[in-house]
Ligand binder design. Structure first.
Ligand SMILES: C[S@@+](CC[C@H](N)C(=O)[O-])C[C@H]1O[C@@H](n2cnc3c(N)ncnc32)[C@H](O)[C@@H]1O
Ligand code: SF4
Length: 451
């Protein structure tokens, strides 16, 4: 059987499984967990261990049709200004709860489009966060940047506030593909943005690309990759287009007839990965690439790669504090998500309440299963010895699943006393294999396809 047929027979094109940026995944969070658990967990943080901060800006000037992110369009700055007021109030609510002396090791601004903020709001927001959680010496600050909605003044403001990594949304450079996803982005605008970032001293650049978009074919994607490599990014994220119009209603504008078929889509992923690897980038996990000297590649090499809501990371902070609408905090006791809708989030804060609205408290074997899934997603290897060391006899509860997987996936995996290893030919199935350890598969939730 051809390799692609074998992968198909094992569910590559039919399975609908999570991307496992957390375990349990956000769709299974419960409204029974909220502000009370959030306050308790935040107050109990160990101030000697730095935390990471994620800050969500749910606004864009344009709404790209393909986008599944939680955001809303605005042509005026006033809702954004109002939102920054509310973020400041959220920080003021957190201040008396957080333990004295807590520091921030990392901060990421995502969205939406954080670069919708003009310089004075960038300064206000960065200072407001620092006033409540001061950064450590080695603090890293990354920002998602829409190259069509940024200028030198905004870049200068972000650099002054300590931004040292920028993540650029590119997706695809082909005009026909861009038109089909409602996102026009001339190559020279992106190039100028990269030059401005470098001139401002931002040395670490990430480029987001998407495969599986309408009208994409090998030639068009190949041309995009050439242009991206020309920009010399330190990291590339190559996401499979998640077509979920039942969740992201704007995707109904995408012409489904122009989407590549399943075999073509797989071919696009394989081709793009080969081009990036051929240009000297190291493959990281299921969808990232990085220069071998980049910290992400080093973390992958040394077994320290981790998975969080932004994808892959070398971040070692165990706690992530999410600020803003829909942000998810990862706390020692579990996950708490702020009210997902921006209006509901703002109402909660203005009523003087913490915005936690749903979540999951870790219980039973959640931590064990979560770590097993993270190992597979990061290293393609579930380290049984490490799990036994960390979780003791509880680790044996995974044995039956491991045996089932070994039987099902045959020579695509190896199982022995020390590990379950997914071989390179089996790696497209990683999300499906990882889902075998998921004890919280929800009813009635439809995920995007696994390939
Ligand atoms: C929150 S967006 C921020 C990017 C920034 N607003 C911009 O447009 O440049 C982060 C990334 O998520 C990815 N993304 C959004 N929707 C997606 C989808 N439906 N499938 C796959 N990736 C998606 C895109 O690569 C995008 O750059
Ligand atoms: S891709 Fe970026 S600019 Fe486009 S809708 Fe999504 S978050 Fe907004």
């Amino acid at each position: 059987m051809k390799q692609i047929d074998r992968l198909r027979s094992l569910g590559l094109f039919d399975a609908r499984v999570p991307r496992y940026t957390s375990y349990p995944t956000a769709p299974v969070f419960s409204p029974a967990v909220g502000a009370a658990q959030q306050a308790q967990a935040l107050a109990a943080l160990d101030p000697s261990v730095p935390v990471s901060v994620y800050l969500h800006i749910p606004f864009c000037e344009r709404l790209c049709w393909f986008c599944a992110c939680r955001t809303q369009g605005t042509q005026s700055l006033s809702p954004v200004e109002h939102y920054i007021d509310v973020l400041e109030q959220e920080l003021a609510l957190l201040k008396p709860i957080l333990p004295q002396g807590l520091r921030m090791g990392r901060m990421h601004w995502g969205g939406g489009t954080p670069t919708i903020l003009p310089p004075h709001l960038i300064h206000r927001l960065a200072r407001a966060v620092r006033a409540v959680i001061p950064p450590t010496e080695a603090h890293e600050f990354s920002v998602e940047i829409d190259p069509t909605l940024v200028d030198r003044d905004k870049i200068a403001a972000l650099a002054q506030e300590g931004m040292n990594r920028a993540s650029l949304g590119i997706q695809d450079f082909d005009p026909m593909v861009q038109k089909a996803i409602g996102r026009m982005q001339p190559h020279d605008v992106t190039r100028a943005c990269v030059e401005d970032l470098r001139a401002a001293g931002i040395t670490s650049l990430n480029a987001d690309l998407v495969y599986g978009l309408p009208h994409q074919d090998i030639a068009r994607l190949d041309d995009t990759i050439s242009k991206v490599l020309d920009l010399d990014p330190d990291r590339v994220a190559l996401f499979g287009y998640a077509h979920v119009p039942w969740v992201a209603k704007r995707q109904q504008l995408i012409d489904e007839a122009a989407l590549p078929g399943e075999t073509d889509r797989h071919g696009l992923a394989v081709h793009a990965a080969a081009r990036l690897i051929g240009a000297g980038q190291s493959a990281i996990g299921i969808d990232h690439f990085a220069k071998p000297a980049d910290n992400l590649a080093r973390a992958a090499q040394s077994g320290h790669l981790r998975r969080n809501f932004q994808g892959y990371t070398d971040d070692t902070c165990p706690t992530l504090i999410g600020l803003g609408a829909s942000s998810i905090s990862r706390l020692p006791t579990g996950y708490v998500q702020n009210a997902p809708a921006t209006a509901a989030y703002m109402q909660r804060i203005q009523a003087g309440e913490l915005p936690g609205a749903r979540g999951h408290m870790m219980q039973g074997d959640d931590l064990l299963r979560g770590r097993a899934i993270e190992m597979l997603m990061c290293d393609f290897r579930l380290d049984r010895a490490a799990l036994r060391q960390a979780f003791g006899p509880q680790a044996a509860t995974l044995d039956a699943t491991l045996a089932t997987l070994a039987a099902r996936y045959g020579d695509l995996v190896t199982l022995d006393e020390t590990a379950l290893t997914i071989h390179p030919e089996g790696r497209p199935l990683t999300r499906i294999i990882a889902s075998a350890f998921d004890a919280h598969v929800p009813d009635g939730i439809r995920y995007s396809q696994a390939s």
